[in-house]
Design a protein around this ligand. Structure first.
Ligand code: GTP
Ligand code: MG
Length: 437
């Protein structure tokens, strides 16, 4: 079972339990241990983690807003996040990056991805073909540089990596970010270390990143330690997180080794790279059970006066509807929100459909007059609908449908009036339901 579904299943022991008591917490912890260990997470770490979860879940007093159930889920989140290490702060400034790693780890691909990433942040980026051992390395990197449209430096046929490093510094003076590819080896050996150290000296990089593949599991941590000892790493890139059941092992062992996880590679495309953020990683991993976080986010974003008012009075107009939609957007991608609400089996097409509906809805509301927003009745008028369609670039039918969806939600809100808990939930779900029909 992969890590995500395993953790979700373990959490279900709490979210689905009729009573949350010591036995339920122990049950959860046992299941979590099983899942983490079978996903190659360091045993010692799993042991410490489960001890802390059990202690905190049972002894800590839940914060005022949270039920015991939510508190336990929250503790699990917190602790999972902790074992993954700290968030990596990507520096968006002038810098030189040396990339190293063993054969086939994903160095060259990751360099292409990083170049794309830094370019997209407005930094003029170039890559350097410093892998002098693999014959095709030069062309592979050159191709990638063309694909992501960044600068490139290489000396075809040159066997001296140090010379390439020196010359690249000269010829790439105008670039902000310089990313240096290096030769892989089948194992961590003297030859590799010697070359790497020499290049390191000449290049004097600001960042030294080791690339490891997630399918190494715990061995990733050992590699991180070895390379760190040799040249002092500033971070580790873990590739192939998309394909491996051992991703959890690689992540945790790298974190334990003291190295920071900088980026994770989640596919073969140039866009498949993410700066590592333990919080959102755990969020994605565990997905739907994220109720406490959702509650927290809802509280954070629901201070829009219009929204509060609508929830109090049960009166929903286009203005407050728009406020809700914007609040929702701040919470994250629709798919994630749906998952947080327990709708984790929503088909992909439906999610993107709903997303584009929400977008259209926003455009439509923005094309309405102040009066129309406050008095939704007005929007039943056909010529008003036509005018809004014109103003928002939508079809007449789309606007009509949106108005109808809105009315349906409005009716639901009226029905639910007086039931605050339900109101809050509905209020949050309303734009969503409108989109889904
Ligand atoms: N699925 C997946 N494949 C990846 C990822 N990163 C790299 N790869 C693939 O892994 C293979 C090796 O990638 P390279 O970038 O050539 O690895 P390298 O470390 O430069 O290899 P050498 O230069 O031979 O040492 C390629 O087929 C890549 O497409 C990733 O995040 N996900
Ligand atoms: Mg390579």
């Amino acid at each position: 079972m992969d890590l995500g579904s395993g953790i979700r299943k373990a959490l279900a022991k709490i979210t689905g339990a009729s009573v949350v008591d010591e036995a339920a917490v122990k049950e959860l912890v046992k299941e979590l241990q099983r899942v983490l260990i079978s996903n190659d997470v360091n045993v010692r770490l799993v042991f410490d983690l489960s001890k802390r979860i059990e202690e905190r879940a049972l002894k800590e007093k839940p914060p005022a807003r949270l039920s015991l159930r939510e508190h336990v889920v929250r503790v699990v989140y917190d602790e999972l996040e902790k074992i993954l290490g700290e968030k990596y702060e990507v520096k968006l400034e002038k810098q030189k990056i040396l990339v190293c790693g063993l054969f086939g780890a994903g160095k060259t691909t990751s360099i292409g991805k990083m170049a794309r990433f830094y370019q997209s942040k407005g930094l003029k980026t170039a890559v350097v073909a410093g892998d002098v051992h693999r014959p095709a390395a030069f062309d592979q990197l050159k191709q990638l540089s063309e694909q992501v449209q960044c600068g490139f430096f290489g000396l075809k046929g040159e066997k001296d990596a140090v010379k390439i490093a020196r010359d690249s510094l000269q010829s790439l003076k105008d670039f902000d970010v310089l990313i240096f590819d290096s030769a892989g080896r089948s194992a961590f050996d003297d030859e590799l270390v010697t070359e790497l150290k020499a290049v390191n000296e000449v290049l004097n990089p600001d960042q030294k990143l080791l690339v490891v593949s997630a399918d190494l599991g715990q061995v990733a941590g050992k590699q991180a330690q070895e390379f760190d000892k040799a040249i002092g790493l500033t971070g580790v890139v873990i590739t192939k997180m998309d394909g491996s059941g051992k991703g959890g092992g690689a992540l945790s062992s790298v974190a334990v080794s003291g190295a920071r996880v900088a980026f994770i590679g989640v596919g073969e495309k140039m866009t498949d790279l993410e700066p590592f953020n333990p919080e959102s990683f755990v969020g994605q991993l565990v997905g739907f059970a994220d109720l406490p976080a959702l509650l927290e986010k809802v509280k954070e974003v629901s201070d829009e006066a219009a929204l509060e008012q609508a929830l109090e009075s049960g009166k929903l107009d286009f203005e407050s509807f728009l406020a809700q939609m914007r609040a929702m957007k701040k919470m994250g991608p629709l798919k994630q929100i749906m998952q947080m609400l327990g709708m984790y089996d929503v088909p992909e097409e439906m999610v993107s459909q709903s997303e584009s509906r929400l977008q259209s809805f926003e455009h439509a509301v923005l094309s309405m007059t102040k009066n129309e927003r406050k008095e939704p009745e007005l929007m039943k008028n056909k010529s008003r609908q036509q005018r809004v369609a014109k103003g928002s670039g939508l079809k007449d039918d789309d606007v009509r449908e949106l108005v109808q969806n809105f009315e349906r939600v409005q009716k639901m809100m009226k029905m639910a009036k007086g039931n605050r808990g339900l109101m809050k939930r509905l209020g949050k779900m309303a734009p969503n339901l409108g989109g889904l029909k």
